[in-house]
Design a protein around this ligand. Structure first.
Ligand code: GLN
Length: 472
């Protein structure tokens, strides 16, 4: 594409340097050429072209929104009125939304063009996008590899130039990990910053909606639009606004914490080297870099998988064949209809999570697992509170490995869960985290670095990331 970010694109359209209709046609062409990546569940070609024409007129007349003509793909767990909402599951294969998610509506209100809905792991459960009723998504950098998950389609849509920016969701890493595997930026906002209204719930106290982009400016722009309190989500809050444009004068004063627990056993050597190169550059540029400790780190994965499966087992109870989507035809009683609809409608990983969650909530095990994990969650949050009393930002790898091969971990759920080892903590604590692409390994596969900040400190993350971009 012939522009660096959305704001620049709007001014090029205004000055007749590019045509929005042509721009949307270009995207549709690339989507078609790269169909094998399987990034989209649905493409809204006609709607997008029609909108391109009317938004182009708005831009020319100067009466346009902040995202005029931005071509945006949304993860297929977000409701968009009169469009299919499948969560990449057979159980919702015929479901049409009757309302629009707040975050999506806010994009539309600013004249964005929604080009389609992206593939993902079923109900956002997964780290590789292989758990989808629509089939796996391929990594555009090496098609024999996974793009990460669960928001794999949204990451690929941006990385392969199928749209300008996209929305994903992050419950335990599903924005940051695929962003790392595909070499782009992906932000998990503070819990409560973006309304969850219209997001199909996986683990409600962990779920967040956030953007993928190729540059920090677009991330900040999208966040400035989708943030804010919403009366339809009681956990959303009004908070310090996102600065757009990014305040580029403030960048140098940050103290950066390096948690030693995130650089130990299991971390790929090349990723470690690359992150230490970045730390060296930061030191040379007068950042204060401190080693810190987050002692509860070793319990992240266990706490995450106990609490999220518990919440999922409750949230997914609503899919029973009676109210939504797929209903099994081979049942003679109501009970059989429930059982058969769920057995036939859900995939293996979703069933595994529902069973795990039901187990940890069941009487006799509740105290041993669920209640204990809640206590551990509090301690993990306290680790971060302590750390952020000493540093502004925390820097870690995003993932322990680069993008792995399709099929490599499919039969080993524990290995798959371990790919979330550095990302789940932000969801347990509710803090924001950004994946920054920092280069490639020797095979040319992207390496991601994660920046964490305290609650509602996204502005600091953006200031840091845009400054770092001038150094690397
Ligand atoms: N990979 C993690 C999981 O499987 C994270 C998922 C997510 O963030 N939606 O639970």
């Amino acid at each position: 594409m012939k522009y660096n970010n959305i704001t620049e694109k709007i001014s090029l359209v205004k000055n007749n340097k590019i045509s929005l209709v042509e721009n949307v046609k270009d995207f549709l062409l690339i989507i078609d050429e790269r169909k094998n990546l399987n990034a989209f569940n649905f493409v809204f070609a006609d709607e997008a072209l029609q909108l391109a024409e009317s938004v182009e007129k708005k831009i020319k007349s100067g009466k346009h929104g902040k995202l005029a003509g931005a071509v945006i793909a949304i993860k297929d767990v977000l409701a968009y009125k009169d469009h299919q909402l499948t969560c990449s599951s057979k159980i919702l294969s015929n479901f049409i939304s009757i309302y629009t998610a707040t975050a999506v509506q806010k994009l539309i209100n600013e004249d964005a063009i929604i080009i389609g809905k992206t593939n993902c792991d079923e109900f956002a459960m997964g780290s590789s996008n292989e758990n989808s009723a629509f089939g796996s998504v391929l990594n555009p950098i090496d098609e024999s590899r996974v793009p990460g998950g669960s928001s794999g389609g949204s990451a690929v849509a941006v990385a392969a130039d199928l749209c300008d920016v996209s929305l994903g969701t992050d419950t335990g890493g599903s924005i940051r990990q695929p962003a790392a595997f595909c070499g782009i930026y992906g932000l998990k906002p503070t819990y409560g910053r973006v309304s969850r209204f219209g997001l199909t719930a996986f683990a409600s106290s962990f779920d967040t909606i956030g953007p993928f982009a190729k540059n920090v400016d677009d991330l900040a722009l999208i966040m400035s639009v989708i943030s804010g309190k919403d009366e339809n989500d009681s956990t959303s809050v009004e908070s310090e606004l996102i600065d757009y444009p990014i305040n580029k004068n403030q960048q140098k004063k940050f103290t950066i914490g390096i948690p030693k627990e995130y650089f130990g056993e299991g971390l790929d050597v090349e990723i470690k080297e690359k992150i230490f190169d970045v730390i060296e550059v930061l030191k040379q540029n007068d950042f204060e870099v401190k080693e810190i400790t987050l002692p509860m780190t070793e319990y992240n994965i266990a706490a995450y998988y106990i609490l999220t499966t518990a919440e999922a087992s409750s949230n997914l109870a609503r899919f029973d064949g009676a109210r939504y989507g797929y209903r099994s035809k081979n049942s003679s009683t109501l009970e059989e209809m429930y059982v058969n609809s769920r057995s036939e409608g859900f995939g293996a990983e979703v069933k595994r999570r529902i069973m795990l969650g039901t187990y940890v909530l069941s009487s006799g095990y509740y105290d041993a697992y669920y209640r204990k994990a809640q206590k551990v969650r509090r301690l993990i949050k306290e680790d971060f509170d302590k750390a952020f009393s000493q540093v502004d930002l925390i820097l870690t790898p995003t993932t322990p490995s680069v993008a792995f091969k399709l099929g490599e971990k499919s039969n080993d759920p524990l290995q798959m869960y371990l790919s979330d080892i550095y990302t789940t903590s932000a969801n347990l604590a509710g803090i924001p985290g950004l994946n920054i692409p920092v280069g490639n390994n020797r095979e040319g596969l992207p390496i991601g670095m994660q920046i964490l900040a305290k609650h509602f400190d996204e502005n600091k993350i953006f200031q840091f990331a845009s400054f770092l971009n001038t150094l690397l």
